[in-house]
Design a binder for this molecule. Structure first.
Ligand code: NAX
Length: 328
């Protein structure tokens, strides 16, 4: 039997948590031979702590053979102890009348504290995925608050955007999702992101040539992927949860177990490639192997793509400037 992997999850009593935890415990994230210990973190208030207890009771009732242990916490310093993987899902939602600036600052406090806690008590190899919005900037704040951990361990979730784009492309081209490779989603997890299928292939042939409809790309595809989150809220009355949990599982599974040469999108700290300033957490194409990701480099960037990539970068830089005073 393998040594259990410690997985910390914040926002464990929330919507995404409810779609996520059972799949982690059943082995869908780390493999059907990998025991896990769940360290579940919620805010220290009665209602969410009570709800967390209920979720833990249900996890118990599944009698998952791979669930080697489970504990609930009301603070990250205790909850992140020795964590090998940290899924930072909980975040402050936008309240009525709340300005974007205030939302950013409220979340900056949360992710500063969580970054510090990871720095203090998590495994030195902890793999961090930030799901809670604004995900890229929250990941940046956590990374900056954890100076003793490698910056490359901090990532943000662009995988839902990647998967949304894949499905739209499959529907348009009539090809199976599984056959589409080399898709990229550049930038911020926000409507400014740039889903880019210029390099995508189906069975080795160019998907762009197959679709051959540039107007569809610019006028339908890109805005549809960018506004998909809002469309789900309008239809469901609640934000994406099961698809977000699914994307988090995909992200970590590929990071830990490898993508078998396939490109996937991860929000990672830039190394200066593609004109994106070093340190900015930005969606890039990566391949993963042996628990490490590496960026797909030297892709040609045409004028339209440059404009799109700079627009989503500008938004990230604005967010970063809004929290700079907190990071010293
Ligand atoms: P919910 O409001 O259902 O659940 C969030 C949970 O987090 C709550 O139980 C809350 O008590 C808890 N929480 C808040 N602050 C916390 C803290 N400091 N420590 C521990 N727990 C804390 O939201 P849910 O639908 O689960 O969404 C969670 C986050 O994911 C939101 O920020 C949401 O915007 C974001 N999303 C990100 C996506 C992405 O692709 N990156 C897509 C889906 C989702 O919109």
């Amino acid at each position: 039997m393998k040594k259990p992997v410690r997985v910390a999850v914040t926002g464990a009593a929330g919507q995404i948590g409810y779609s996520l935890l059972f799949r982690i415990a059943s082995g869908e994230m780390l493999g059907k031979d990998q025991p896990v210990i769940l360290q579940l973190v919620e805010v220290p208030f009665e209602k969410p702590q009570q709800a967390l207890k209920g979720v833990m009771m249900e996890l118990e009732d599944c009698a998952f053979p791979l669930l080697a242990g489970m504990e609930g916490f009301d603070n990250p310093q205790a909850g992140f102890k020795d964590a090998d993987i940290a899924l930072l899902v909980g975040a402050r939602p936008r309240g009525p009348g709340m300005e974007r600036k205030d939302l950013l600052l409220e979340n900056a406090k949360i992710f500063t504290e969580q970054g510090k806690a990871l720095n203090d008590v998590a495994s030195r190899d902890v793999k961090v995925l930030v799901v809670g919005n604004p995900a890229n900037t929250n990941a940046y704040i956590a990374m900056k608050s954890a100076p003793d951990l490698p910056a490359k361990n901090f990532t943000a979730m662009l995988r839902l955007d990647h998967n949304r784009a894949l499905s739209q492309l499959a529907a348009k081209s009539g090809k199976p999702v599984a056959d589409i490779e080399k898709l990229v989603v550049w930038g911020n997890h926000s409507p400014t992101m740039y889903p880019d299928y210029r390099f995508a292939t189906v069975g080795g042939a160019s998907l762009k040539d197959l679709i051959g409809d540039e107007a569809w790309n610019r006028d339908t595809f890109i805005p549809k992927v960018g506004k998909r989150g809002a469309a789900i809220i309008e239809a469901r009355g609640l934000s994406s949860a099961a698809s977000a949990a699914n994307a988090a599982i995909d992200h970590i599974r590929d990071w830990v177990l490898g993508s078998n040469g396939k490109w996937v999108t991860m929000g990672i700290p830039s190394d200066g490639s593609y004109g994106i300033p070093e340190g900015v957490i930005y969606g890039f194409p990566v391949v993963t192997q042996n628990g490490e990701y590496s960026m797909v480099r030297d892709l040609p960037i045409d004028e339209y793509s440059r404009t799109m990539m700079d627009k989503t970068l500008a938004e990230l830089e604005e967010e970063r400037a809004g929290v700079a005073h907190l990071l010293g």
